[in-house]
Ligand binder design. Structure first.
Ligand SMILES: [Zn+2]
Length: 80
């Protein structure tokens, strides 16, 4: 089982379908077991749809970074 940090490290590539099948499997497993990352995924999916409809397939870092920061801050709070 990978950690949330490892999930976040691969997340951008995962959203762009640029991870290997093995890593994708690990990320899917993590998503199915981690609520925080699933929220991040759902939020990003909605963002990607909006971005895609506006003509770009890239997940801009200006959009994804604040979401990741927000989830990471929440994770740190939950752990302490
Ligand atoms: Zn997680």
């Amino acid at each position: 089982m990978i950690t949330c940090e490892e999930f976040f490290a691969e997340f951008a590539d995962y959203m762009e379908n640029q991870v290997s099948p093995e890593i994708r499997k690990e990320l899917n497993l993590h998503l199915s077991q981690c609520r925080a990352c699933r929220v991040l995924y759902d939020t990003s999916l909605k963002t990607v749809k909006i971005v895609t409809e506006s003509g770009s397939f890239e997940l801009p870092h200006s959009v994804s970074d604040p979401i990741i920061d927000c989830v990471m801050a929440k994770l740190r709070k939950d752990r302490s």
